[in-house]
Design a binder for this molecule. Structure first.
Ligand code: CP
Length: 323
């Protein structure tokens, strides 16, 4: 494992992650990826620790990935789902978190549809004097730090499978395409990729890509072609119909014609280009179905697999501080 000058207790956002912290995550995840390739894919690192997965919003990848990561580290895991909980009887989110604190949770992994809920719970837990660490598993439009870190690990591993480091991304052109406005994944990726020195280009219709995103230190394009030109990697994002309060695109068909990723469009990119998508995918909307399934070009399965190693790294790094 990495030598650990790690002093971050909660992981709520990537906006203030340093290059050193990103490299500690990459190095630790790389070590755990080795564990996952063994016949016995389990280590006793977090034996008798308790990880509580508090998912107030649906999830397939993130919730199961955190659960599996915790189990691979030998932690005990509690899963919470709102529909079968006392939330339906009027219990508040904070009282729910306090209940898991009283059960001895060492880590709370929190997803919520409202931005700021993981921060709110982290602050409340700190005020109670507990040592529980809070990990944001996606909050509203705000951030999805573990997704940003697994994307970073996937990019760096694609460039050097043996020594994935942030330096590999310096000067690489990365296009992020689609519904940037509603994307917590895009916000987490912007922060970490800019910190690594990547050249980040955003593309989407103006209704889904406000000019203000340029403040991240990235290029903003309202057409696809300049973002794809010579790109080393392209990340497509899901059109988030459930977060669209207004009519922000003319039609799904027209959106696909303008911003949908296809084999033909990838012809503009670097010859070795690879494609990522955080999932879940609207097939045939943000990406063509055959491109999504093209194992030579798509890193989507690797993103899911790498997510387990990255989340093992995050649980390990923050749990040891809550000893
Ligand atoms: N990428 C992602 O957050 O997927 P889930 O919503 O399935 O967790």
């Amino acid at each position: 494992m990495a030598d650990r000058p790690w002093d971050r207790h909660h992981i709520l956002s990537l906006v203030d992650f340093s290059v050193d912290e990103l490299n500690i995550v990459l190095q630790t995840a790389h070590s755990f990826k080795g564990v996952l390739l063994r016949q016995t894919k389990k280590v006793p690192t977090l034996q008798a620790r308790l990880v509580a997965n508090l998912f107030f919003e649906p999830s397939t990848r993130t919730r199961n990935s955190f659960e599996l990561a915790a189990k691979r580290l030998s932690a005990d895991v509690l899963n919470f789902a709102p529909s079968t909980s006392s939330l339906s009887k009027g219990e508040t989110i904070l009282d729910t978190a306090k209940t898991f604190l009283a059960m001895g949770a060492d880590v709370m992994v929190i997803r919520h549809q409202q931005s700021g809920v993981p921060q709110l719970i982290a602050t409340a837990m700190d005020e109670l004097g507990g040592k529980v660490a809070v990990l944001n598993a996606g909050d509203g439009y705000h951030e999805h730090p573990s997704q940003g870190l697994l994307d970073l690990f996937t990019l760096c591993t694609a460039l050097d499978a043996e020594q994935p480091t942030t330096q590999l991304l310096a000067g690489k052109k990365i296009a992020i395409v689609g519904d940037i406005l509603h994307s917590r994944v895009a916000r987490s990726n912007l922060s970490s990729l800019v910190t690594c020195g990547a050249e980040v280009h955003l593309a989407g219709p103006p209704t889904l890509l406000p000019r203000e995103f340029a403040a991240y230190g990235v290029q903003v394009h309202w057409s696809l072609e300049p973002a794809l030109l010579a790109a080393d990697f392209v990340m497509t994002l899901r059109l988030q119909h459930e977060r669209m309060s207004q009519y922000l695109i003319p039609s799904v068909r027209e959106y696909h014609q303008q911003f949908g990723l296809t084999h033909a469009r990838l012809g503009l990119c670097h010859p070795q280009v690879k494609v990522l998508h955080p999932g879940p995918v609207n097939r045939g909307v943000e990406i063509s179905s055959d491109l999504m399934d093209d194992v030579a070009l798509s890193l989507i399965p690797q993103q899911v697999t790498n997510g387990i190693a990255v989340r093992m790294a995050l649980l390990y790094l923050i749990s040891n501080l809550s000893a």
